[in-house]
Ligand binder design. Structure first.
Ligand code: NAD
Length: 386
C-alpha cells in the first residue's frame, strides 16, 4: 500500500516542456509527479507562447527566473547551474516535437519522461534508445493506465498460467468525439490531423498504442511476427486516418487484433483489452478500471475487484486505498511516475532496475507498430513482416 512516505533520498528536480495552461495532458503529469513527493517542479518551458508560459509557471510556484521562453534556453541555462540544476524533464508537447526535445534532454544528461508517440520513425527511436542506454538515463513513456493494479494482476495471471496457453489478444480504443470535423474549431484536435505535427498516423498512434502497451504488459511474451492493417478517414478533409483495424500474428501462434477509432459515435473511450487463453479469459475496460472480468470456461463469470485479498501481491502493492473505493487514471499515472522516479534514482546510483515500466524500448515499440501498420495500409492492407 502506498501511503505517501518518501521513497527517494531527495525529490528529483524536475522540469516540463509543454503541458501549459489549457493543455489537455499537462495537469495529470504534474498531479502524478508531485503526488508522492518523488519530484519537485523547479523549472519549465511550459507553453509555445513564452509570456503565457512564464505566467503559468509562476502560478504553479516555479521561480520566475526558471520559467524559460523555450526548451533550448532552459537546457542551456540549467546546465550552467550548480547542485540545484534540473535532473529530469517531462515532454508534453505535440508529437512533432518529441524527438528533438527528447534527444536534446538526453544529450544534456537529464532523464526524460516523454509523451507517446516517442517519435515518428524507427531510426529516430533507435537513436533515442542508444542515447538513453549509453548515457545510463531513464526515458519513461506515459502509457498511463499501464500503472493500474489490475493490469499487473492480469500480467501475473498470464505468468502463473491461470488462463492456460494464450490464444487471442483483442485490443480496442475506439472513441467517438471526433465523428465530425471538430478540428475546425479545436486546436488540440487540429494538430492531431496534421501529419507534420502528429506524424504518420492519427488514431493508431494517438490511441491505438495505449491498448498495445497494455497488452504487451499483460502478456509478457507478446511479440508480433506479422501484421495487416486497413485505415480510413471517414471525415474526407482529414489527411490522416480516423479509423483503423489491425490483425496480428504473434510469435508462438497467438493472434491479436486492434481497433483504433475517433469516430465510434456514442463511445467515450471504449478502451478494452481481452486476453483469451486455452482455459480462461480476462478482460479490462478503462471506463470500469477497478474490475477485471475473469471468465473460466464452463463457470460463472467472476469480477476481480481492485484491492481484493485474492489478487496477486504485486497487484496490491500500489493500492492507495482499500478496495471498494475507486482508483483510476490519476492513480495509475502516479504509480507510473513513482516507478520512473525510482528507476531514475537507481540509474543515478548505477543500480539495475528490477521492475517493469514503460521505458524507451516500449516507446520505440509503439513507433515501430505505427510504422508497420501504416506500411501495410498504404500497400492496400497486405500482410507485412514485423
Ligand atoms: P495540447 O495541444 O492540449 O497542449 C500542448 C501544450 O504544449 C500547450 O500548452 C502548448 O502551448 C505547449 N507547446 C506547444 N509547442 C511548444 C513548444 N515548442 N515549447 C513549449 N510548449 C509548447 O496537447 P495535449 O493534448 O496536451 O497533448 C500533448 C502530448 O501529450 C501529445 O504528444 C499527445 O499525444 C500526448 N497525450 C497523451 C495522453 C496520454 O494518455 N498519455 C493523452 C493526451 C495527450
Amino acid at each position: 500500500m502506498i501511503n505517501g512516505e518518501k521513497v527517494l533520498d531527495h525529490p528529483i528536480r524536475w522540469a516540463m516542456v509543454g503541458g501549459g495552461r489549457g493543455s489537455q495532458i499537462g495537469y495529470i503529469h504534474r498531479s502524478a509527479a508531485l503526488r508522492d513527493r518523488s519530484f519537485e517542479l523547479v523549472a519549465g518551458a511550459f507553453d509555445i507562447n513564452p509570456e503565457r508560459g512564464k505566467d503559468f509557471g509562476i502560478q504553479l510556484g516555479v521561480n520566475p527566473d526558471r520559467c524559460y521562453p523555450d526548451y533550448k534556453t532552459m537546457l542551456a541555462e540549467e546546465a550552467k547551474r550548480g547542485d540545484d540544476k534540473i535532473e529530469a524533464v517531462t515532454i508534453a508537447v505535440p508529437n512533432g516535437l518529441h524527438y528533438e526535445v527528447c534527444k536534446a534532454v538526453l544529450e544534456a544528461g537529464f532523464h526524460a519522461v516523454c509523451e507517446k508517440p516517442l517519435c515518428f520513425t524507427t531510426e529516430q527511436a533507435e537513436e533515442l534508445v542508444h542515447l538513453a542506454d549509453s548515457k545510463g538515463l531513464v526515458v519513461g513513456v506515459t502509457y498511463g493506465y499501464s500503472g493500474h493494479q489490475l493490469i499487473e494482476q492480469a500480467r501475473q495471471m498470464v505468468l502463473h498460467g491461470d488462463l492456460g496457453e494464450i490464444r487471442l489478444v483483442k485490443m480496442q480504443f475506439p472513441f467517438g468525439a471526433y465523428n465530425t470535423p471538430v478540428e475546425e474549431t479545436n486546436s488540440a484536435a487540429r494538430w492531431r490531423m496534421d501529419p507534420t505535427k502528429a506524424g504518420p498516423s492519427f488514431v493508431l498512434g494517438d490511441v491505438g498504442t495505449h491498448p498495445l502497451f497494455l497488452a504487451e504488459t499483460m502478456v509478457p511474451d507478446f511479440e508480433i511476427e506479422s501484421l495487416m492493417c486497413t485505415t480510413k478517414s471517414f471525415i474526407p478533409t482529414r489527411k490522416l486516418e480516423d479509423n483503423a483495424f489491425v490483425i496480428m500474428n504473434l510469435k508462438g501462434g497467438a493472434q491479436a487484433t486492434c481497433w483504433a477509432s475517433a469516430i465510434n459515435c456514442g463511445a467515450l473511450h471504449g478502451q478494452k483489452v481481452r486476453i483469451v487463453g486455452s482455459k480462461a479469459s480476462v478482460e479490462w475496460y478503462d471506463e470500469r478500471p477497478n474490475q477485471l472480468t475473469y471468465e473460466i470456461e464452463g463457470e460463472p463469470v467472476r469480477i476481480l475487484e481492485r484491492g481484493g485479498a485474492y489478487l496477486y501481491p504485486s497487484a496490491r502493492a500500489e493500492d492507495r486505498i482499500s478496495g471498494g473505493h475507486t482508483e483510476g487514471l490519476f492513480d495509475a499515472w502516479s504509480n507510473l511516475y513513482r516507478r520512473f522516479a525510482i528507476a531514475m534514482e537507481k540509474a543515478n546510483k548505477g543500480e539495475k532496475v528490477d521492475f517493469w515500466y514503460p521505458d524507451v524500448h516500449a516507446g520505440a515499440e509503439g513507433v515501430k507498430w505505427v510504422e508497420k501498420c501504416v506500411e501495410s495500409a498504404k500497400k492496400g492492407a497486405v500482410w507485412v513482416k514485423y
